[in-house]
Design a protein around this ligand. Sequence first.
Ligand SMILES: NC(=O)c1ccc[n+]([C@@H]2O[C@H](COP(=O)([O-])OP(=O)(O)OC[C@H]3O[C@@H](n4cnc5c(N)ncnc54)[C@H](OP(=O)(O)O)[C@@H]3O)[C@@H](O)[C@H]2O)c1
Length: 341
Amino acid sequence: MNNPNVVVVGATGAVGRVFLRILEQRHFPVNRLRLCASPRSIGKRIRVHGEELPVEETTPDIFDDADFAFISASTAVSRELAPVAAQRGALVIDDSSAYRMDPRVPLVVPEINPQDLEWHQNLTAIPNCSTTQMVMALYPLHRANPIKRIIADSYQAVSGTGTLAMDELRQQSRALLDGASVKPSVYPHQIAFNVLPHIEPFMEDGYTREEQKMLYETRKIMHAPDIAVSATCVRVPVYLSHSEAVHVEFEEPMSPQEARELMAAFPGVKVLDDPKTNTYPLAIDAADRDEVFVGRIRKDSSHPNGLAMWIVSDNLRKGAALNAIQIAEEVLKRELLKPRG
Ligand SMILES: NC(=O)c1ccc[n+]([C@@H]2O[C@H](COP(=O)([O-])OP(=O)(O)OC[C@H]3O[C@@H](n4cnc5c(N)ncnc54)[C@H](OP(=O)(O)O)[C@@H]3O)[C@@H](O)[C@H]2O)c1
């Protein structure tokens, strides 16, 4: 086929900007690229592949000759636009949580369940960023020794909330260092020099929606409906890269060395684990990198079949934009674009 036509909705956002950079870095084949955002960005220009492209209005007919529609705006925008784009013949790769748990929609991490793309109906979804990095590290272990239970505590960067939250951390940090007071706006409390045990709304069971995503999305991606996951998701004053302390219970015991070898052999995962030299994954080192980094791998002293570890990844790359582009690459490789009309 000819190179695909691509529409990016949310091209001016935190994920959208990184998405366009990765498109260039990976030489993703594109015939016509069109960029959309909210009405306030219409007319802005963004440089891609050496060309200044205008930000256009997101109208339904923009999808008419699109082969791929990457939607990275908000759940509400995805709910409105994804069916329109899919119906007009584009394969939608959606970054929001709108369709992730819809049984008709493949939820894909290409290293783990690329085969699920075979049954797409012009709509696929990427997982939540905190889920993606966790399943990337755990799936190679789960294949060797099924996982029964996961306890995960996340330390999530403000870029996970988007550009407004990054601005808020910057402004609050400056103001507080200057001795001024701050008024939170994106988050319910001050984020600078603070830690918030609250990401997304609280649900009836006391968990937040973000914490529930780590349970339900993990089960769907790994095809493991019985895995138990208890997560505490925490926002920290870090710009980029989520970190996670993860405790895993397997059916059988697993040694830290076996886990290291299994993870090191899995594509997209890098083990950084040498306590003697203070070597372990750090958020600042994972920023702008594609890999999911794992370290601090040790026996969980509270369970004979348990391991504990520390998982770090760039939430805007593997947690969002990179995963979406990898899905498109897999679709092209498997020739899964549906014929138009
Ligand atoms: N950030 C992450 O780590 C991450 C990870 C996984 C998934 N996601 C998902 O990715 C999506 C984008 O997140 P983000 O962090 O990039 O947010 P963001 O920085 O706030 O960017 C939002 C983007 O959506 C655009 N937009 C807003 N309303 C729109 C509308 N009515 N029509 C068209 N475009 C509209 C914005 O345009 P303007 O610039 O004109 O306002 C902007 O380009 C969300 O669904 C999020 O859940 C994010």
